[in-house]
Design a protein around this ligand. Structure first.
Ligand SMILES: Cc1cc2nc3c(=O)[nH]c(=O)nc-3n(C[C@H](O)[C@H](O)[C@H](O)COP(=O)(O)OP(=O)(O)OC[C@H]3O[C@@H](n4cnc5c(N)ncnc54)[C@H](O)[C@@H]3O)c2cc1C
Length: 426
């Protein structure tokens, strides 16, 4: 291990946060507000590209609490009031308006270019007093129970050691500590592949309440997201099961083009579209770690668990866990403890959040859920309960929970005894 350099790295921190994405920046801000000395180590130099551009309405109370609204409004991000699920030929469309959900009181959110959004969050944490080291990668960490952690990081020069009472892993899907401790678990055979890019030249609706809607095109073996980022830029991506990829050997461009061609509604929208920048790919997502907390260590955001992006839950969960993880770390530091009941409750709550979304995600890939999604008639407020989850209202209580249970029961029944018509997807 390298020798500790001179000040400021020689002074122990209250917490070292690995990663300056939404989870890390949020945690850092809350620690600074609690009067703690926090260091963020981020391997990239911001602004940097990141996928994950559609936010949820229940992000907004957190933005308000953090005083981020002026900067977010100033950035001119596209406003998002709803989501539309569309069958490939456009014959069926399920429109969700967040403002109309019986169990939601947050009507809108934003579609964001993550390079800009993440930079705003990180600079905001810095302005609150957090020390940020960019272009520096964490290479190693050592936990000494009862004392704290030593983190070894490097930015091209010799490695440097930093000490703290807590290590907060916000390293995203790099999953620094979870991988090191062998804690990563996949969700069954949920192995996906995504191909995505930014496009210009796509006309958007005139109606300002619909312009920023996220569109989800559901094909039989794939789905597309269509996220309007500005009047002349759309983020477009497809997610497909890896087994489908293996069936034929195509380049990502060929696969993307061929799948668009099978989706006439989308193909028509893209008639004059031009790609800006590269088409990118990512494989094998969706996992969680078996533990989110241990003495002196907390995992937040994707470093706790990563979910298939169908319901745009990633940034929301990253910031929620960033906040609650940091609040519990600050309390543990005040009590001079390495782990607390509060941190264990954090783990339990985070697990519940991940489970709630995963149940929706698993169902989304099954035909009966799609039958209901497109043909629901508002009975007993069940669609409102689904809207609540899609908006990020995860603490809606029993009135949301029993409706969701009933909804999933009907979806299960639909598989054996059709309650609504079975749709032909493509
Ligand atoms: C295809 C796809 C589509 C998605 N779409 C959406 C969407 O529409 N809406 C949504 O909310 N979410 C979406 N997501 C998910 C979203 O991108 C993530 O959930 C979110 O970015 C998590 O934030 P985070 O802070 O935990 O991690 P990240 O944003 O990934 O931040 C982690 C940071 O840690 C840094 N880092 C990693 N290792 C080290 C190291 N060793 N040392 C120092 N720094 C390190 C990285 O450089 C990075 O900046 C999508 C994801 C994918 C893959």
């Amino acid at each position: 291990m390298a020798t500790t350099e001179s000040s400021p790295s020689s002074e122990p921190y209250d917490a070292i946060i690995v990663g300056g994405g939404p989870a890390g920046a949020t945690a850092a801000w809350f620690l600074a507000k609690a009067g703690k000395r926090a260091l963020v180590i981020e391997k990239e130099t911001f602004p940097r590209f990141h996928i994950g551009e559609s936010l949820l309405p229940y992000n907004l109370p957190l933005f308000e609490e953090m005083g981020l609204m002026p900067a977010l409004r100033g950035a001119g991000f596209m406003e998002k009031y709803g989501a539309q699920f569309v069958l490939p030929d456009g014959s069926q469309r399920a429109e969700i308006e967040f403002g109309k959900g019986r169990f939601t009181d947050q009507p809108m959110s934003y579609q964001v270019e993550r390079s800009k959004f993440d930079d705003i969050l990180l600079r905001h944490a810095e302005a609150a007093g957090v020390e940020v080291r960019e272009g520096m990668s964490v290479k190693d960490f050592q936990i000494e129970e009862g004392t704290g952690v030593t983190v070894t990081a490097q930015n091209g020069g010799p490695p440097e050691d930093f000490r703290a009472k807590f290590l907060i892993d916000a390293s995203g899907t790099a999953n620094l500590t979870g991988n090191r401790e062998g804690l990563k678990e996949g969700y069954g055979n949920h192995r996906k592949f995504a191909i995505y890019g930014h496009f210009t030249g796509i006309p958007l609706p005139e109606d300002s309440r619909k312009r920023g809607d996220i569109l989800i095109y559901r094909l039989k073996d794939a789905w597309f997201w269509f996220i309007p980022l500005s009047d002349d830029k759309v983020s477009l991506g497809m997610v497909v099961d890896r087994s489908v990829l293996q069936s034929r050997d195509l380049t990502p461009e060929e696969r993307f083009g061929e799948t668009v061609a099978r989706c006439p509604e989308l193909r028509d929208r893209l008639a004059r579209a031009e790609r800006v920048g590269p088409l990118r790919t990512i494989a094998d997502f969706t996992y969680h770690n078996r533990r989110f907390v241990s003495p002196h260590l907390v995992r937040i955001g994707d470093a706790a668990g990563f979910l298939d992006p169908i319901f745009s839950s990633g940034v929301f969960l990253a910031m929620q866990t960033g906040k609650s993880g940091a609040v519990e770390v600050a309390a543990a530091i005040d009590q001079n403890l390495a782990i607390t009941p509060g941190l264990r409750r954090y783990e339990k709550r985070t697990r519940r959040y991940l489970r709630t979304y995963f149940e929706m995600i698993e169902n989304f890939y099954r035909q009966p859920f799609i039958d209901f999604l497109f043909q629901t008639d508002g009975k007993w407020g069940m669609p409102d309960a689904v809207v609540a989850i899609l908006a990020g209202q995860l603490d809606g209580g029993w009135s949301v929970r029993w409706r969701l249970r009933l909804f999933f029961l009907l979806v299960k029944l639909q598989a054996r005894f059709p309650v609504v018509e079975r749709l032909r997807i493509d």
